[in-house]
Design a protein around this ligand. Sequence first.
Ligand code: MSP
Length: 513
Amino acid sequence: MDKFYYITTPIYYPSAKPHMGHAYSSIIADFFARFKKIDGFKVHFLTGTDEHGLKIQRAAEKKGIDTLDFCNEISQTFRNLSKTLNLTNTDFIRTTEDRHKKTVQHLWTELVNNGDIYLSKYSGWYSVSDEAFYNDDEIEEHDGKKIAISSKSTVEWMDEESYFFKLSKWEKPLLDFYKNNPDFISPESRKNEVISFVKNGLKDLSVSRKSFSWGIKVPEDNNHVIYVWLDALTNYISALNYPDKKEKLFKQFWPASLHLIGKDILRFHAIYWPAFLLAAKIELPKKVYGHGWILSDDEKMSKSKGNILDPLEIIEQYGLDPLRYYLIKEVSFGNDGNISQDRLEDCINSDLANNFGNLCQRVTAFTIKNCDSKIPTEIEFSKDDLNILDKYKNNIDEIRNKIDKQDLNYYIEYIVNSLFEANKYFNDQEPWKKKDDKKRLNTIVFTSLEIVRKISFMLYPIIPESSLKALAIFDIKEDQIKFSSIADNNFLKKGNSINSIGLLFKKIEKKND
Ligand code: MSP
């Protein structure tokens, strides 16, 4: 039976060009998408841009251009970034597309029909930068300005007629849902924050605006546009063509396996989104994971702070795979992580060039010289060989398990240890001293080649391009990578030729080396 996996990134505000935080969410999502794909799942991977709301309208006004033209231009830079990051996304949605508008208006009508929407008046604080409402106790005064404590963004007073969603009605069902689905919100620490927020009482939510027009119109009242978060969250199902009953995508891929987001937008995904879905009688996603922030100089990157690290510049200088590897390895997943060019260079030199690159080079060079460039045929595994080879088979369920818990730290640590062990094995076995015992030499070579192959399979979701370059040693192509075959100790075809490959990673000369 086919297995389906649906993963989403947040849809990004095209208010400014993409930065490292956006690249981070996308790279992590791509990791999971690729892993699931090589583990036999049919994967739908969605990303895109969130184009409505006052934030975008004002950004366009500031530039003096038509709002849609403004969105077209910046949305394209996000689409280009997906290519530059080598994402395997199967769709890219824009909330200004008709397919999306149709679903949002349908969902609105469902909420009205189910008695969850009413007209009233909103008076309170609103942050345009976060597109979020804040209570009095979530606001503080700073330099004479009111700001939201959590995001430090400026808030303004809003006083206007608005449609409301009966969020308060869903307080108890949400708490029941969290209780019955303990894995719904991850990581655990953030789950507790959400639960205590809901337990403190939910107020009905203002879900329309009348004072500006850049948004999707309320179906029965064109003076109002739909609140941008209700609009944006719906992208996860509009991209599956909900509510088209004949549509296969929705049947196959909903509920989503994983909404991957940053911790700052957890409230929207873990409270509002499930409440809207409950009200519309749509199944809830399986999991929402709120990752930490990428910090630059200990602060969250933002345009206003001027501390933005440009992913394109880093990729230009070091290449894509080093950046992907670095973000996955050095930012402990789930927590905030500081990034620096210095650490990135260390990572390239020690992990990629010395450990992985070097392993591939020395094993292939030895095979070419001593085994006539062929995968040895006459072999007999010793206890030492099986010890290192069988580890993968013995751990395969554990690795899958950890991936289903988004334990990226385990996965990368597993690879780092495996690389260390592999290099140690080759050193300790000293095949260069076994020229008189051809069978033993052959077996060490075969074992080492198998390990290179297994580790390259495991590295594929992290550094796809480099993994494929390494697998070119064996002429293994992308569609032949199956995660399950890391358990196979005889995957390589004995007697086949191997190819030499160019340098996988260039070492960086560090100024203070
Ligand atoms: N448009 C909303 C999301 C709607 S999803 C239905 C939004 N957009 S955003 O462009 O501001 O942010 C998108 C994602 O990038 C968020 O998950 C946010 O946490 C993440 N990041 C933005 N800056 C970040 C860092 N410095 N570090 C890591 N991720 C951060 O919110």
